[in-house]
Design a protein around this ligand. Structure first.
Ligand SMILES: NC(=O)c1ccc[n+]([C@@H]2O[C@H](COP(=O)([O-])OP(=O)(O)OC[C@H]3O[C@@H](n4cnc5c(N)ncnc54)[C@H](O)[C@@H]3O)[C@@H](O)[C@H]2O)c1
Length: 296
């Protein structure tokens, strides 16, 4: 009663600001990983005047988190340890790596902090453990669509009837694969020498994540959206003539057929990452702060 009276009073004073204040449940955002995604999401949330405020940062390289903090008006706290961030935030954005994802997710869930996970491959590799923890602590994990379009259709398609075949082909310029742990010596050489497109991987999604962890989060997200990760066939291609990162998903099932092709500009800071992945995280935060949601 007290609260309502106060809210009404606030609303009468300044309807817009009071509505904004009541808009979202979680407002203090902690970011783990201040690279291409973490840094741009932080800067753009500030520019958009989002209800989310970046209050704490953590990166294994303290100079990276410090330099981002210096560029933000909200002057977030810079932590030296992952466990220190949770006192300063209500929700966490993981934008670190597939390798780091499990540790970040476990710690967030145990502290009952909802988590937006960009390294969806890290989720898939630990799906059972993280789903159990999310249920145990009644805390949500959000996996954004990232660099990909078409997941809304896939999620609807699997509701009734069978998905008969599911494929994703990801094609990037060769420099997008530099440093990938799964490259054979011959493939590494081809990245610099080949003039025509060549295949780096065909197989299941788990093998794709292990060999190309920084490139195939889209495949992990597709597999998860389909509900049956084992159904997905993944193809990874390098194309010396490509300027954009392309992802094509093809779904055939009782619902009909779906083909979605996304051609993304690589992020300037990290060519493995598409600019759309960064925007997808922003779109997710927008969804979390609005009362009306559009699309699945
Ligand atoms: N879901 C998608 O569609 C999608 C698209 C692109 C990238 N990604 C994934 O998102 C993640 C971030 O991508 P990015 O382009 O910003 O990468 P990036 O390499 O530009 O930045 C990652 C940052 O995380 C830091 N980091 C690494 N391990 C850490 C740890 N254990 N704790 C704290 N900080 C750590 C690094 O120092 C770096 O500053 C990657 O895993 C990437 O593969 C997902």
């Amino acid at each position: 009663m007290h609260f309502h009276t106060f809210s009404l009073f606030q609303y009468l004073l300044d309807p817009k600001s009071s509505m904004k204040k009541n808009k979202v449940k979680y407002r203090r955002l902690g970011i783990v990983g201040c690279g291409a995604i973490g840094s741009l999401v932080a800067r753009l949330l500030e520019k958009k005047k989002s209800s989310f405020r970046v209050t704490v940062l953590f990166d294994t390289f303290i100079s990276t988190s410090k330099s981002l903090a210096n560029n933000l008006k909200s002057k977030p706290k810079v932590c030296r340890n992952l466990k220190d961030i949770f006192r300063h935030c209500d929700i966490v954005l993981e934008a670190a790596s597939v390798r780091a994802a499990l540790q970040v997710a476990e710690a967030s869930l145990q502290k009952r902090k909802p988590l937006v996970m960009m390294s969806t491959g890290g989720f898939l590799l630990n799906q059972k453990r993280l789903t159990d923890l999310a249920e145990k602590y009644r805390t949500k994990i959000y996996l954004p669509s990232g660099a990909l379009c078409g997941l809304d259709g896939l999620k609807a398609a699997r509701q009734i009837g069978k998905i008969r075949s599911l494929r994703i082909t990801s094609t990037k310029p060769p420099r997008g694969f530099e440093g990938a742990p799964g490259l054979t010596p011959a493939q590494r050489l081809s990245l610099y020498k080949s003039r025509s497109p060549f295949c780096l991987y065909t197989g299941d999604v788990w093998g794709a994540i292990k060999r190309f962890p920084a490139n195939v989060n889209v495949a992990a997200t597709t597999a998860l959206a389909a509900g049956k990760p084992g159904k997905l066939k993944v193809r990874v291609m390098a194309d010396p003539k490509a300027k954009l990162n392309q992802h094509e998903i093809r779904v055939v099932g009782d619902f009909g057929e779906l083909t979605a092709i996304t051609r993304n500009r690589p992020s300037k800071q990290n060519p493995k990452t598409s600019a759309l992945a960064i925007q997808s995280a922003l779109a997710l935060f927008e969804r979390l702060e609005n009362y009306v949601e559009v699309g699945n």
